[in-house]
Design a protein around this ligand. Structure first.
Ligand code: ADQ
Length: 457
């Protein structure tokens, strides 16, 4: 039997979170915002896990979207999600900044869950439907789905970096992952480098004929291209023009004691984000007296994430120790140099925080894109504010007028923070204007429509 959805999104998670027993709320995040309008126009459906282990749910509608839950057992959450996805693939694809775990048990769970997603997609898709599979948790789905449903148009987008051949080579299942991805008609990456790593690996591991961005698989051509993801510039720009956001931004500064400089970091508490490195740089500026007592506050928002994975437990301990030490050593009664929050915030509070910050510090050791950097830019219509940005974030390809840093170079980061803190307003304005031009013309709508146009061409 064939399904009825002519447009299908397949992602690890459904775009909703549970509130209370039976209610759902659209989850925050760019992907939903970008895709919801397309879903509504095209009689679309979204297939993914609903977030509760061991529970089976029937398909349901929410917010104009048809949602198809895929169940996961407690053990699958542990092995497929926390295990193979987040303890194997995540570190391997981020320059092995943590050591990947290679385990056959985890791999078996990954394969089994991918197979379940593929079967569910095959059941839901109408004849000739467009299916768009998202991210590293589901890299085997394209080939599994093609086998079941050769009539479909299959696209895949990887939100995280695709590693260079020298690193990917470590993966005991490198052949299977490449073959899985090659089931798609179009494989999208954040950066051109990811696309070329992939093409090179298809050539070397699988001996497939390939040109710059096309790979021949049997009688099909698979294309690999870069589509840098972005934010909903228009709605953020509009939001921060509302008076209550500005009022809240002023309030936040006052609550921080109205220091001369507010620096801000907003990240999931992940070892790829370079949080420890940036705090080390800031701590040295305090130690050397280049930032004086009371002069600045560094607000670090560290969103809880993957809290049962061992590396993340260790990281949280390390960061909290570092924050405690710096505050203990350099703080005064009524002033802490670091304001650390391990919490989630809603969109409005985040927007107000962006508006309150003089310097946004985004220093990942490796990052597919980094939406925080683009959100900050979208929120600064006042043309104030400086963005310190790692060269290793995908966003660095586009946000060339940021203060670029190598997060491994602590002295370089100290210099960039000091420059950003003391830059005259006309220079800040010049840089911010150019950053905003880029994000305004390359927003998340454009990302989705460019990908889908190419997939359907
Ligand atoms: P992430 O690694 O999660 O995304 P990022 O791109 O910065 O990183 O997106 C984080 C999102 O979460 C932002 O929209 C941000 O506003 C929000 N957020 C962060 N902290 C929050 C908090 N405390 N409360 C509420 N919201 C918070 C992965 C890849 C990235 C890639 C994206 C999209 O790792 O490289 O840019 O997917 O493709």
């Amino acid at each position: 039997m064939r399904g009825t959805s002519s447009f299908l999104i397949v992602a690890n998670r459904l775009p909703v979170d549970r509130v209370g027993e039976k209610q759902w709320r659209r989850s925050p995040g760019g992907l939903v915002t970008a895709i919801a309008p397309v879903m509504q126009r095209r009689d679309g459906a979204w297939l993914g896990w609903h977030g509760a282990a061991g529970e089976e749910l029937k398909p349901f509608d929410h917010d104009g979207m048809h949602l198809i839950p895929v169940p996961l057992s407690q053990l699958e959450v542990e092995f497929y999600y926390e295990g193979f996805s987040n303890a194997t693939l995540w570190p391997l694809y981020h320059d092995v900044v943590a050591t990947p775990v290679y385990s056959r048990v985890l791999w078996d769970a990954y394969r089994a869950v991918n197979d379940r997603f593929a079967r569910a997609a095959a059941d839901a898709a109408a004849p000739g439907a467009v299916v768009w599979i998202q991210d590293y948790q589901l890299q085997l789905v394209p080939a599994m789905l093609r086998k079941l449903r050769p009539d479909l148009k299959i696209g895949f987008f990887l939100h995280i970096p695709f590693p260079p051949a020298e690193l990917f080579w470590q993966l005991p299942w490198r052949k299977e992952i490449l073959e899985g991805l090659l089931g798609a008609d179009l494989v999208g990456f954040q950066r051109p480098g990811g696309a070329s790593n992939f093409v090179r690996l298809a050539r070397r591991v699988l001996n497939l004929p390939a040109s710059r961005n096309e790979i021949q698989v049997d009688d099909r051509i698979v294309r690999a291209e870069a589509y840098p993801i972005s934010v909903d510039f228009g709605s953020l720009d509009q939001l921060v023009r509302e008076p209550h956001i500005m009022t809240r931004a002023k309030e936040i500064r006052a609550e921080l004691g109205n220091p001369d400089h507010v620096l801000l970091g907003v990240d999931r508490l992940d070892y790829t984000k370079g949080i420890g490195q940036r705090l080390k740089a800031y701590g040295e500026l305090l130690a050397e007296g280049r930032i004086e007592p009371g002069e600045a506050v560094f607000v670090q928002i560290a969103t809880p994430t993957r809290e049962r994975v061992e590396e993340y437990i260790r990281l949280r301990n390390d960061i909290e120790l570092q924050v405690g030490r710096l505050n203990g050593e350099y703080g005064l009664f009524g002033w802490s140099p670091i304001n650390y929050m391990h919490q989630s915030y809603n969109r409005e509070e985040l927007a107000a925080l962006y508006c309150a910050a003089d310097v946004m510090v985004v220093t990942p050791l490796r990052d597919g894109m980094n939406l925080v950097a683009k959100e900050y830019v979208a929120c600064r219509h006042d043309l104030r504010g400086a963005l310190v940005l790692s060269e290793f974030a995908g966003a660095a390809d586009e946000l060339k007028h940021a203060y670029m840093v190598n997060p491994y170079d602590i002295d370089g980061m100290k210099r960039a923070m000091m420059t950003a803190m003391h830059e005259p307003p006309h220079e800040l304005g010049r840089r911010m204007r150019s950053l905003r031009r880029r994000v305004a013309t390359h927003d998340v709508d454009r990302w989705a429509s460019d990908f889908l146009k190419d997939l359907e061409a």
